[in-house]
Design a protein around this ligand. Structure first.
Ligand code: RB5
Length: 150
């Protein structure tokens, strides 16, 4: 599994802690920035990460900004992306199990390092349930994308 990771300046302190965790677990990733505390637009990093997921370069994406909200709004505008904005472990598990989310977003000003690791672990270690009702709902999301996005 290869992950696409991105943050803005609002997530710049949590990202190295996440990367260190992934290194220790020998989980491959591409770091799409940002790389310092200068003010940047979360839009650009969400787009880079989501493009890596939709192109197949990476399997899943993780986005960190101040709240996780801006990143998740942008991510969910991109065709093929289902981004779960999760500040708790239960939601991180369920967004994989029920929504087949391929991107996770959270906020550095909301979750601390310990909770972040648990959220990420829940996201990475949960499979889509493949239950008929969930497949049907994800297919309806895809049909909605076809109707509304180029
Ligand atoms: C940046 O100040 C902040 O707005 C951003 O990181 C994020 O929280 C937006 O949703």
């Amino acid at each position: 599994m290869k992950l696409a990771i991105g943050c803005d300046h609002g997530g710049i302190n949590l990202k190295p802690i996440l990367l260190d965790h992934l290194d220790k677990k020998k989980i491959e990733y591409v770091d799409f920035g940002c790389f310092d505390k200068s003010s940047v637009d979360y839009n650009d990093y969400a787009e880079k990460v989501c493009s890596a997921v939709t192109s197949g370069e990476c399997d899943l994406g993780i986005l960190i900004c101040g709240t996780g909200i801006g990143m998740s709004i942008v991510a969910n505008k991109i065709k093929g992306i289902r981004c779960g904005h999760c500040s708790d472990v239960f939601s991180a598990k369920m967004t994989r199990e029920h929504n087949d989310a391929n991107v996770l977003a959270f906020g550095e000003r909301v979750v601390g390092p310990g909770l972040m690791i648990e959220i990420v672990e829940a996201f990475l270690n949960t499979e889509f349930s493949n239950g008929e009702r969930h497949v049907n709902r994800v297919n309806k999301i895809k049909a909605l994308e076809e109707r509304n996005f180029k």
